[in-house]
Each structure stands twice: as structure tokens, then as C-alpha cells.
Design a protein around this ligand. Structure first.
Ligand SMILES: [Fe+2]
Ligand SMILES: [Fe+2]
Length: 253
């Protein structure tokens, strides 16, 4: 059983980017069963930018599933952004999951944006000022909802989709000082609490591609500036092969 998963994050679309991904996206039915988007679809989270995303990623020959990123929250238009995406047939996950019938089996995707907080030994703690407690509880709530979504799915292959990173491995290349704003260990714990086969995230534009959770789940940072192609394709079954599908120049995006 092999399921082919295409993924990219941090495409940060606005009018000037529309059309750059489309030629490669039109080829998706030949090489993938599904496209997963790891958030930061827009630059500032406006409804107009969401329409650009709908134009670029709508009506493809494979299902498209996404989480939002922090940039998609910037203008406080999340309900409008989600509606535009859903009207274009894109499934938006936030503490929820979906099961797709693929030729290679039932693919379960659980998604959440996630949040920061840092990693073991260098993380924020639920202590002190109300603002700090609220920060950390935002992270733990998000991780809890990811865990619930992962456990709710009846499928053959389980994938976790987040914007923020669940491990520090895939942040290598980013300044150490900003790690706590790029991800949180609680997301990794949620992923490890379920029989997750693969975890995909974005957000860390200067990070690196490959990592693993403490429980041994393979993690891939698919931020577009990292993968430098329209999307990566993962063949997931008994093992994981990462296809190097180079179909788009990374220039300008
Ligand atoms: Fe981004
Ligand atoms: Fe981001």
C-alpha cells in the first residue's frame, strides 16, 4: 500500500504570485493522490488574497487540504478567508480531520495551525503572569485538539498537518533565538500519541527539511522557501520515499 502525498506550505499568495504554481499543480493527478497545504497561504490574510489562493489551488484534479498559518490570521479575516477557500473546494482543518479514499488505502489527515512555545529545556511554561499562561495554554489547547483529531480518524495511514513545527530538527538554519516562535514540543507529543506515519509543517522559511519526533514519527518541513519547488511528493506506505518533484522555479515566491 502506497499513498502519494504532495505538500507545500508558505506559498504566501497575492496577485503578483498567481499563476506561478498552476502549471505544476495541473500535473498533480499524475503524481499524487492529494495535496496538503501547510498554512501561510497568504501574505496578510485578506479576503482578496484568499481569492488568489482559491484561483491558484482551486479546481485541481486531486483533493486539497489545508491548515491556516499565522499570516492568514494577520488581518483578522479568518472566517472570510476560510469561506473563500471552502467555496473553492479546499478543505480547511483546525483541530479537525478528514479521511480520503485513495487507491492505496484510506488516508487520514488531522490538522491544526499550532502555535509557538519552544522545545524541551528551552520553552515557555504555564506559570506567572496571565499573559504567559494564556500564551502557553494557546499552545497546549492547540496540541490537545490535534491529538483528538488524530485519534478520531479511522484510516489506514495517518498524517498530521500543522503550520508550526512539532520538533526543533526542521528549524535548523533558523536563529536559535526565535525557535520558541516557530513551534512547540506539545505538537510533537500529540503526534506521538497516535499512530502517525508522517508529520508535515511549514512556517520555518530558513529551516531544513527533515526531522523526527521523540517517538520516531518522520517530520518534514515543506515550507516553499525550504523545498524550493512547487511541492514535494511523499510516497507513504511501509516506508517513506520523498520524491524530488522539481516543477517550478522558486524565484520570487
Ligand atoms: Fe510563512
Ligand atoms: Fe508562518
Amino acid at each position: 500500500m502506497v499513498i502519494r502525498i504532495a505538500a507545500v506550505g508558505d506559498v504566501h499568495l497575492d496577485e503578483d504570485v498567481v499563476g506561478r504554481f498552476r502549471p505544476a499543480l495541473e500535473e498533480l493527478p499524475d503524481c499524487a493522490d492529494v495535496l496538503l497545504l501547510a498554512g501561510d497561504l497568504t501574505r496578510h490574510g485578506t479576503e482578496a488574497e484568499a481569492r488568489c489562493v482559491a484561483q491558484e489551488f482551486g479546481g485541481l484534479g486531486v483533493p486539497v487540504i489545508t491548515v491556516l498559518g499565522n499570516h492568514d490570521h494577520q488581518c483578522d479575516q479568518v472566517p472570510q478567508v476560510v469561506k473563500v477557500l471552502e467555496d473553492a473546494g479546499i478543505t480547511v482543518l483546525e483541530g479537525t480531520g478528514v479521511v480520503l479514499e485513495c487507491a492505496g488505502g484510506r488516508l487520514g489527515v488531522a490538522g491544526v495551525k499550532g502555535f509557538g512555545g519552544g522545545f524541551a529545556g528551552r520553552c515557555a511554561s504555564d506559570f506567572g503572569e496571565p499573559e504567559m499562561k494564556a500564551f502557553v495554554r494557546t499552545t497546549t489547547d492547540s496540541a490537545d485538539r490535534l491529538a483528538q483529531a488524530l485519534h478520531s480518524l479511522d484510516c489506514d495511514l495517518l498524517v498530521a498537518l500543522t503550520h508550526y513545527a512539532p520538533v526543533p530538527d526542521t528549524l535548523a538554519g533558523e536563529p536559535l533565538e526565535i525557535y520558541p516562535f516557530l513551534g512547540a514540543y506539545q505538537l510533537g507529543q500529540a503526534i506521538d500519541s497516535a499512530p502517525t506515519a508522517l508529520a508535515l509543517h511549514g512556517h520555518a522559511h530558513a529551516g531544513s527539511e527533515r526531522g523526527v519526533t521523540p517517538g520516531g514519527v518522520r517530520v518534514r518541513n515543506v515550507a516553499h522557501p525550504v523545498i524550493k519547488q512547487a511541492y514535494s511528493v511523499f510516497h507513504v506506505g511501509d516506508h517513506l520515499d520523498q520524491g524530488e518533484v522539481s516543477r517550478l522555479s522558486a524565484s520570487g515566491t
